[in-house]
Design a protein around this ligand. Structure first.
Ligand code: NAD
Length: 384
């Protein structure tokens, strides 16, 4: 074998190993049939996205409401008259659950027991116990159960993940992840505690999932507060401070009464600072310039005082750069799901990770309720 061929084979092998880790070694070769249960905002969005894939196909929908059934007919999908009808239809391989959160468990378990694979919207369940029942049902049935933690694929997050993995601004030691809106809590069931309403379960689950997916360390403590500014039973926002064993601190904040928004991400590394302002990835990195002589900052007047400590760095003392390209996960959520069914990939969203996030959410609720720092709860490393 000549040297070029040997090098090519080495590269191929390394590539295959990397891809196996992120779960995309072999792309799906078949089209799998999906019925969407709950054809509201997210159910209809799934239908649009699935149209763009080659691995899944929506063959019908089921919703309790007449208006949603009409939407489904208008969109060209078969409407099932009852959930039982979905379950007994052998043409249906996958049930995709996009209903309010309190009914995810029952719908999922019945689907698994009927031999269907399940995609479940986030937050997967109302509690760890509910999630465990769902996972037990998936194990017993030998079916795939995967939670739609789609914001692992967000480009803003994947940009931060690239910076974390490659230490673009040195090792990160503080991350601030925020989403701010000024529209209050939208819709109906999101205001109702018994249906799994509130912003910690809604947006919180995304932001926390991103952090635990990225940071390879145990959460050693959490302190949090929830806000009830709008007078609902459920939180209309929250702030949580997570301390990781490897020294990283993360501040996570969701607000629904913010008429001026703070940046989506603000991260500090040993060598610099990074900011991502918005969903369009407006942002920059500012790093220490290690070339040449150290240039002392000049004192400035600040308010009624004088400061050198808080003066902007002198010209040439820092370098401003564009954000790096986002990291890649290798496969879309839907293609990965299809490949997992076919046994050719590992899930990118693993159930042990979802359980860990559910556990963290419960620790955040506990910390807010008791107004205390909560420790010794994280399931890091369990079930990996
Ligand atoms: P929605 O109120 O717009 O739609 C829910 C639909 O479910 C309604 O049409 C309702 O009639 C139907 N439904 C309720 N109970 C049902 C049952 N037992 N059987 C069949 N249909 C039933 O809500 P939504 O905003 O689409 O949210 C649905 C789910 O999607 C929630 O879990 C939510 O957290 C999640 N979601 C995820 C994302 C994401 O980015 N991953 C975004 C939005 C919503």
């Amino acid at each position: 074998m000549n040297l070029h061929v040997q090098v090519a084979l080495c590269i191929l092998t390394a590539h295959q190993i990397i891809n196996r880790e992120v779960g995309v070694e072999v792309m799906s070769s078949k089209i799998h049939s999906v019925v969407i249960v709950g054809f509201g905002g997210m159910g209809s969005y799934h239908a649009k996205l699935i149209k763009e894939t080659n691995s899944l196909e929506v063959v019908g929908t089921y919703d309790l409401l007449e208006a949603r059934r009409a939407d489904s007919i208008n969109a060209g999908y078969k409407v099932y008259e009852s959930y039982e009808e979905v379950l007994v239809d052998p043409a249906v391989e996958i049930v995709l659950i996009a209903t309010p959160n309190d009914v995810h468990k029952e719908i999922a378990i019945r689907a698994l027991q009927a031999g269907k694979h399940v995609i479940c919207e986030k937050p997967v369940a109302m509690s760890k116990e509910e999630l465990q029942d769902m996972l037990d049902a998936a194990d017993a049935a030998g079916r795939v159960f995967m939670v739609h933690q789609n914001r692992r694929w967000d480009e803003d997050f994947l940009t931060i993940k690239k910076m974390y993995d490659q230490e673009t601004i040195g090792s990160l030691f503080q991350l601030e992840s925020r989403v701010h809106g000024a529209n209050g809590i939208p819709g109906d069931w999101r205001h109702v505690k018994a249906q799994g309403g509130g912003m910690l379960l809604d947006w919180g689950v995304h932001l926390l999932d991103q952090l635990l997916f990225m940071i390879d360390s145990k959460v050693i403590s959490v302190s949090s507060s929830l806000s009830f500014i709008l007078g609902n039973d459920v939180d209309d926002g929250f702030e949580a401070i997570l301390q990781f064993e490897n020294g990283i601190k993360a501040i996570v904040e969701v607000g629904t009464t913010n008429f001026i928004t703070l940046p989506r991400w603000y991260v500090k590394g040993i060598e610099g600072t990074g900011i991502i302002e918005d969903w369009s990835l407006t942002g920059r990195l500012v790093t220490r310039n290690n070339e040449g002589e150290k240039i002392e900052p000049k004192p400035i007047r600040a308010g009624v005082g004088l400061t050198k400590t808080m003066a902007p760095p002198s010209e040439g003392a820092t370098i401003t750069e564009a954000l790096p390209q986002p990291a890649e996960l290798g496969s879309s959520f839907y293609d990965n799901f299809a490949a997992v069914i076919e046994g050719t990939a590992e899930p990118i969203v693993k159930n042990a990770e979802v359980m860990r996030v559910q556990n963290l959410i419960e620790a955040i609720f506990e910390s807010a309720e008791k107004n205390q720092v909560v420790k010794d709860f994280d399931m890091y490393g369990e079930g990996k």
